[in-house]
Design a protein around this ligand. Sequence first.
Ligand code: FES
Length: 137
Amino acid sequence: MDRKEFLSLISFGSIGTAMVCAGCSKSVNAGTTGSSSVDFTLDISNAANSALQTEGGYLFSNNVLVARTSGGEFVAVQQFCTHEKFQLVYQYAQHRFYCDGHNGTFSEAGTVTGGPPPRSLKTYNTSLNGNMLHVYS
Ligand code: FES
């Protein structure tokens, strides 16, 4: 291999790497908007969903964070932060969703209340019928 061939290979490799990195970056950001189509049901009497039997409890399902608030109501928002896609937690005592990525905070209605998140969380409807909690867009 002569110098010209070597430089050509290095050059191609760099372009290939840049393309992969651009793809990675795009896929990371793609999840910050939340799914526009959600439709699933959770049986809250099932042990796997027992977190929702108690006020302040929450779980993740289908890329959605489902929480039971202090009034016993259910709220459902996208699972990942609108900033850089870190997973959210529900903070019952503060009545908010929190992202430890960069200390982003959101109200229970999904509105940004602090930190760098650029937009509100996508929220979903909930409806309880007996023990069956329907979560839908
Ligand atoms: S990723 Fe949530 S605040 Fe940055």
